[in-house]
Each structure stands twice: as structure tokens, then as C-alpha cells.
Design a binder for this molecule. Structure first.
Ligand code: PAF
Length: 283
């Protein structure tokens, strides 16, 4: 595996791959890689001839007072994990390479960013959409791989790629979980031992909501109340929101039919943790 820091080097690599008829797969990350990222890299490896991954803690997607400065970093470990997962080229740009001047151009995806993470973190999704559009323009992948754990991010990136006619297939990969069900996240490192023990309640609560839907309940408010009640059994886990919504548009659904996503966010000590589950309810 080769590690590069400039846009020109990534372009040269990807252009050569494409010229030889190779399909380029891309995994954008903010580093501090874990098995979840490795599973995205493995999916890219299985489907593409060349795999490019990036490690860039994107300042544009952090709000004032968020953890940009403290965001965990370990580029040596990241390099080893990416190499072991079959990445061919690791792009690790500095902020000056990505944003050499003042950033006056931004990609904003409206509506699906109004609620949930978009409401809690103003400007976050414009930062994500802008850097992902830029990375797509640099790498020119035919497929790009994202984790379902950040479901709203998947929806935003898909919509951005569709609306801008970007020739990229956005692939959502199943959430990677610890054995006790906790969704893997770089921010789990912030949890104390007690918080870590409490955090898997999020997965159990989603499952309780899903069980209610499986039992025939079609009222979103009842399902959401069931999830909230399950989360409340762990005092260290403070619910931010729970929502049963349309999987694609994140719009409210009443009754719950079709492709549904049950979303949950909670503060567990320092970090806010996200999780979600997909359900298909035939009409
Ligand atoms: O999911 C992430 O790690 C980031 O939001 C992404 C997609 C790499 C953009 O910075």
C-alpha cells in the first residue's frame, strides 16, 4: 500500500487505474479506523480493481465547541489497518492541501438535513457534502462505501450524488457491531467503563421498537415511545431523539409501511452516539 498526501498523486494513481479499465472503489474516513472501516474497505476490495481510502478530519463538518481538536487520531495504526484491509492507496491530506484558501463554495443538501443530526449540528451536513463532493472529484471512484451507522449521512451523500449527477454508486454497508451490539464508532473511545457498559441499550431499544413493528404496530409514535422507554432504563444514556421515518427521505410515516428506518441518538457521557435499524413493512 502506498500513502500519499497530495491531490496530484491521488489523481495520477486513479487516472492510471481507469486508463487500464480498472474500477476504482473509494472509502472516505476521518481515521481512527476500526473494524467498521475495515468492513467498508473489504466491500470495496471485493467489488473493485483498485481501492483508495482517505483519512482526513474535515474541519468543515465540526461546529464551534465540537471535538475537532480532540478527535482521536492514530495514523500509524490507521495505515496498518488500511493495508491489512486491502487498500491500494491511502490519501492523507493536510488541511492546507484540501482547503488552500478561504472556503467560499459549499454543497448544501436541503430538507433531509433539516432534522436529526442536521438540527443538532447546524452546518455539519454542508461540511460533509462539500468534502465528499471534493473527494469524489479528486478520486473519481465508480463506487464509494459508507457505513449505515450514519444513516442520515448515507441519505445526504446519495441525494447529493444524484442531484449533481455524479457518476458514483453510493454503497451503504451494514453497521459493524461489538459482540454486545454497540455500533462501532471512533467516538466510542470517549466512553468510561460504566458508560461503555450502558451504551448497548441503544441497540436493544431499537430491537424492541422493531419487535413492536413485527408484531403489527404501525403507529410511529407508539414505536418511538417503546424505544424511548427502553433507553430510559439506563440512566447514563440520555436520549436526544428517536424517530421511525421513511428510509430514503427521512420524512414522517403514518402508518409505518414500506422501507422504514428507526433512528436513535443519545448522549452517553461525553459523546453523542447514533444507531439505527432498517425495517421493511409490506403494504
Ligand atoms: O463518516 C465520516 O467519517 C465522515 O463524515 C466522512 C464521510 C469521511 C466525511 O468527512
Amino acid at each position: 500500500m502506498q500513502t500519499v498526501t497530495t491531490i496530484a498523486e491521488v489523481r495520477a494513481f486513479a487516472e492510471e487505474a481507469r486508463a487500464g479499465g480498472g474500477a476504482v472503489g473509494f472509502v472516505p474516513t476521518m481515521g481512527y479506523l476500526h473494524e467498521g472501516h475495515a468492513s467498508l474497505m473489504a466491500a470495496a476490495r471485493a467489488e473493485c480493481d483498485r481501492v483508495v481510502a482517505s483519512v482526513f478530519v474535515n474541519p468543515l463538518q465540526f461546529g464551534a465547541g465540537e471535538d475537532l481538536g480532540a478527535y482521536p487520531r492514530d495514523i500509524e495504526r490507521d495505515t496498518a489497518l488500511a493495508a491489512a484491509a486491502g487498500v491500494d492507496l491511502l490519501f492523507v491530506p493536510g488541511a492546507a492541501e484540501m482547503y488552500p484558501g478561504a472556503v467560499v463554495t459549499s454543497v448544501r443538501v436541503a430538507e433531509i438535513t433539516d432534522r436529526f443530526e442536521g438540527a443538532t449540528r447546524p452546518g455539519h451536513f454542508a461540511g460533509v457534502a462539500t468534502v465528499v463532493a471534493k473527494l469524489f472529484a479528486i478520486v473519481g471512484p465508480c463506487s464509494a462505501y459508507f457505513g449505515e451507522k450514519d444513516w442520515q449521512q448515507v441519505c445526504v451523500v446519495r441525494r447529493m450524488a444524484a442531484d449533481l449527477s455524479l457518476p458514483v454508486r453510493v454503497v451503504a454497508c451494514p453497521t459493524s457491531r461489538e459482540p454486545d451490539g454497540l455500533a462501532r464508532s471512533s467516538r466510542n473511545v470517549y466512553l468510561t467503563d460504566d458508560e461503555r457498559s450502558a451504551a448497548p441499550v441503544l441497540r436493544r431499544a431499537l430491537q424492541a421498537g422493531a419487535d413492536l413493528v413485527a408484531a403489527g404496530v404501525r403507529d410511529a409514535a407508539r414505536v418511538e415511545a417503546r424505544v424511548a422507554e427502553a433507553v430510559a432504563t439506563e440512566p447514563l444514556v440520555v436520549l436526544d431523539y428517536v424517530a421511525a421515518v421513511s428510509a430514503d427521505t427521512l420524512a414522517p410515516l403514518d402508518p409505518l409501511v414500506g422501507e422504514i428506518r428507526l433512528l436513535v441518538a443519545a448522549r452517553v457521557g461525553r459523546p453523542r452516539l447514533l444507531d439505527n435499524i432498517g425495517l421493511t413493512v409490506p403494504a
